[in-house]
Design a protein around this ligand. Structure first.
Ligand code: ATP
Ligand code: MG
Length: 271
C-alpha cells in the first residue's frame, strides 16, 4: 500500500504554495476546528492534494496520505498482526496511526477502496469519532486534532462505483474545479517561473482544449499538465513539441484525436 507521511515545517517557515479558488481554506479550517470530516471532489490535477498539504502545514498537523485502490481493505487502513522473531505483534495501519497522533488522514480516491472500509470509516466520520480495532478489541477515541479527509473524482469512470449516500452525508464537502484563467496563470507562473505572457497563452490554450471535453477525451487538460508543459518550454523545448508531450498525448490514446487536438495547439503556438 502506498502511504505517505508528511510532517510539514514548523510554523514560520514557508507553507506549500496553494492559491485558493473559493472559500475552501476557511471551510477546511472550520471543519478541523469543529471536528468534522471533509470530502473533496474534483477532476484530476486540479489541486486537491496540494490543498490538503497546504492545510495540514497551516494547521501544524502531520499528514497521512493513502492512495486508495481496489484491493485496499479495512485491515490495510486499521492494521494487522505481523509475524517477526517467531511471535506475532500488532502493527497499526495509517488510519490508526493518524488517529493516535491527532494527525490529518487523507484517503485519496476513496471510492476505489473495498466496501469493508465503510465499517471503519462510518463510526470515525460521524459524531462518535471512534475507531474500533476489532482484532485487538481496542476502541480509539479520535482526539480533537484528528481529521479525516477523503477525495474522489466524480468523472464518468466512477459513476458506477460512486459513494453511498450514508457515507457521503457524513462529510462537509467542497467541489474543486480548474481555477479561473487569472488564478491558473498565477499558479503556472509560480510553479514554473515562466513569464506571465507565456502562462497566459498556455491557459488560453487549456481553455480551448477544455471546451472540447466530452468529444473524445475522458478528462480535461489539467492544471498539472499545464505546469508540465510550461516546465518543458522553460527548459528549452519548442512550444508545440512541449504541448504534444505534456498536454495532448496524456489526454488520449486515440491518434486521430491527438492530431485533431494538435491542430488546436498549432492555432495557438504554431508560428
Ligand atoms: N490552487 C492551486 N494552488 C497551487 N498549485 C496548484 C493549484 N491547483 C493546482 N496546482 C498545481 O497543480 C498540480 C496538481 O495538483 P494536485 O496534485 O493537487 O491535483 P489533484 O487534484 O490532487 O489531482 P489527482 O486527483 O490526480 O490526485 C500541483 O502539484 C500544483 O503544482
Ligand atoms: Mg491528488
Amino acid at each position: 500500500m502506498v502511504t505517505e507521511v508528511t510532517q510539514f515545517p514548523a510554523s514560520g517557515e514557508e507553507l506549500p504554495f496553494y492559491q485558493p479558488q473559493n472559500r475552501e481554506v476557511e471551510l477546511f479550517s472550520y471543519a478541523w476546528r469543529n471536528q468534522l470530516p471533509m470530502l473533496l471532489k474534483g477532476p484530476t490535477g486540479c489541486g486537491k492534494t496540494r490543498f490538503v498539504e497546504h492545510m495540514a502545514a497551516r494547521l501544524g498537523r502531520p499528514l497521512y496520505t493513502v492512495a486508495c485502490h481496489d484491493d485496499l481493505t479495512a485491515a490495510d487502513l486499521v492494521g494487522r498482526h505481523l509475524i517477526g522473531d517467531g511471535s506475532t505483534y500488532w502493527n497499526d495501519g495509517p488510519l490508526t496511526r493518524a488517529v493516535r497522533e491527532g494527525a490529518i488522514c487523507y484517503l485519496d480516491e476513496v471510492v476505489e477502496a473495498r466496501k469493508d472500509t465503510t465499517v471503519v470509516l462510518h463510526p470515525l466520520s460521524d459524531n462518535r469519532r471512534i475507531l474500533p480495532i476489532e482484532r485487538t478489541g481496542e476502541t480509539l477515541h479520535a482526539p480533537p486534532e484528528f481529521m479525516l479527509v477523503v477525495s474522489y473524482n466524480p468523472g464518468y469512470q466512477n459513476m458506477l462505483k460512486g459513494m453511498k449516500p450514508s457515507t457521503r452525508q457524513r462529510f462537509v464537502s467542497a467541489r474543486f474545479d480548474f481555477p479561473d484563467a487569472q488564478t491558473e496563470q498565477e499558479i503556472v507562473v509560480r510553479e514554473t517561473g515562466i513569464g506571465p505572457e507565456l502562462a497566459r497563452r498556455l491557459v488560453e490554450l487549456a481553455h480551448g482544449l477544455r471546451a472540447l471535453k466530452d468529444h473524445d477525451i475522458e478528462e480535461s487538460a489539467s492544471t498539472r499538465l499545464l505546469i508540465y508543459t510550461a516546465q518543458l518550454i522553460r527548459d528549452g523545448f519548442e512550444a508545440t513539441e512541449a504541448c504534444r508531450a505534456a498536454l495532448i498525448e496524456p489526454l488520449t490514446d486515440d491518434e486521430a484525436t491527438v492530431e485533431a487536438l494538435m491542430d488546436v495547439v498549432q492555432a495557438s503556438f504554431g508560428d
